[in-house]
Write a protein that binds this ligand. Structure first.
Ligand SMILES: Nc1ncnc2c1ncn2[C@@H]1O[C@H](COP(=O)(O)OP(=O)(O)OP(=O)(O)O)[C@@H](O)[C@H]1O
Ligand SMILES: [Mg+2]
Length: 428
């Protein structure tokens, strides 16, 4: 029976009770009416009980629904946090903005890129200062579809960027778009470096090849050439061929250093430097340069051959770009957990404008002088690559016409044990 009848049964009981109050009612009727009213009240109690039960059940249902809603809310908030963590963790800048190019969210990398700490109330233009990007965004908003393009950002530093903008959906009656930026500057720079390198290599090979060809042609075209001249030309051909071999060898060394992880061992630095000085002794004598050493006993965990190559290249420069009666001092010492190898000379020095370029491949301050002494312009590039492959650094101080100091810093190894400052450790 439906509890909706509760008021009716109450009303009926009340009506029956009122009827019992009639003055001339026979007592049998009054009793009958009283019994009926009692029955109506019992029915009302029954309905009230059913109603209370139903209300209780509904309250329970409501409570369960509330709990479900709460856990749904918690799950939604967790999902939102996961989504933001995903966006924040992306290694590329990602910006989310509405159709009016007002920013809604930007990830951590994007904030770092543009040097901001928050974006509240900012527009895309105010964050990036890039009108082309702003126009691309408006284009995506107009088309409501994915748009790609390339723009150059100039704030806070110049970056050549590939942009992809796509439609995300609607939120708070706004259309949202995601903007992903991909920095192509490094790629373009490397592409340029590669092109320059190929051009440089071709140029470096072409010069000796042209000399060899013209010398051979002269010998070929003149059978009656005096023996003395022929001998001179032939030795020039040999010199140029040697030069080609040196360039090829240096290029191979560079390629090997670049493409392989150095095989390391623990060794004493002092005997290695002495070995390099011995190998360069004849060259030093030829250039009338005096070499001296101030060496502290140190151990390195490194590739011995490659470190020998570093010292040889630095010594060879210090001797070849020196003055007669000049001096070269080689030092080795420990500084802040780093093994330092220092090669100081009293040579011709390097002009300050050339200093940032001397570690570039094929770069020579004075091409004629370098070539005359057999230089290929690859020595310092090899030094830099070897040192960096060992987790070290190389720096130079120089005063034009006074002298230069090259300083190599490598992670030092103490007692043949742990290699401090480096991620690796030496074998026990
Ligand atoms: N100690 C130095 N004093 C003065 N100039 C130097 C010194 N070391 C290097 N340079 C300059 O830097 C240039 C690059 O040196 P690098 O060793 O790379 O090439 P290189 O000596 O010309 O040829 P090589 O490949 O035979 O070493 C040299 O040509 C020279 O102009
Ligand atoms: Mg050199």
């Amino acid at each position: 029976m439906n509890p909706r009848w509760l008021p009716w049964s109450l009303l009926a009981s009340a009506g029956l009770l009122l009827l019992t109050a009639l003055p001339r009612l026979p007592s049998a009727w009054r009793e009958a009416l009283l019994v009926a009213a009692l029955g109506g009240m019992l029915l009302a109690i029954y309905f009230a009980h059913r109603l209370a039960h139903r209300v209780g059940a509904m309250r329970q249902q409501l409570h369960e629904l509330n709990e479900q809603l709460e856990s749904l809310n918690v799950e939604l908030a967790a999902q939102q946090r996961r989504r933001l963590a995903l966006i924040d963790g992306l290694p590329i800048p990602l910006l989310i903005c509405d159709e009016d190019a007002m920013l809604r969210y930007v990830n951590r990398v994007a904030l770092e890129w543009f040097g901001f700490r928050y974006i509240t109330g900012k527009s895309l233009l105010a964050l990036t200062f890039c009108y082309d990007l702003y126009l691309l965004m408006l284009k995506a908003a107009r088309r409501m579809s994915t748009v790609t393009g390339e723009v150059t950002l100039s704030f806070p530093k110049e970056r050549h960027v590939e942009v992809t903008i796509w439609y995300l959906g609607e939120a708070d009656s706004h259309h949202l778009f995601a903007i992903a930026l991909l920095d192509k500057s490094e790629l373009l720079r490397l592409e340029q470096v590669r092109r320059d390198f190929v051009a440089n290599v071709s140029h470096e090979f072409r010069t000796p090849l042209a000399s060899i060809r013209s010398l051979a042609e002269t010998i070929h075209d003149d059978p009656s050439m005096p023996q003395e001249t022929r001998q001179r030309f032939l030795s020039l051909i040999i010199q140029e061929a040697d030069r080609l071999t040196r360039i090829a060898d240096d290029l191979l060394t560079l390629a090997r250093v670049e493409s392989t992880v150095p095989e390391k061992e623990v060794f004493d630095l002092e005997p290695l430097i002495q070995q390099a000085m011995q190998e360069m002794a004849a060259e030093a004598q030829r250039h009338q340069v005096h070499m001296q050493a101030e060496l502290q006993p140190l151990k390195l965990f490194a590739n011995r051959d490659q470190i020998l190559q570093v010292v040889l290249n630095l010594l060879s420069n210090a001797i070849r770009y020196n003055k007669p009666n000049g001096r070269v001092i080689v030092r080795s010492y420990l500084q802040e957990d780093q093994a330092v190898i220092e090669v100081e000379d009293t040579g011709i020095g390097i002009p300050s404008e050339a200093l940032p370029r001397i570690f570039e491949r094929f770069y020579r301050v004075d091409k004629t002088r370098s070539r005359a002494t057999g230089g290929t312009g690859l020595g310092l590039a090899i030094v830099k690559h070897i040192v960096e492959a060992h987790g070290g650094t190389v720096e130079v101080e120089s005063e034009y016409r006074v002298g230069s100091t090259f300083r190599v810093r490598l992670p030092a190894t103490i007692d043949g044990g742990a290699s401090s400052g480096a991620a690796e450790t030496a074998p026990a």
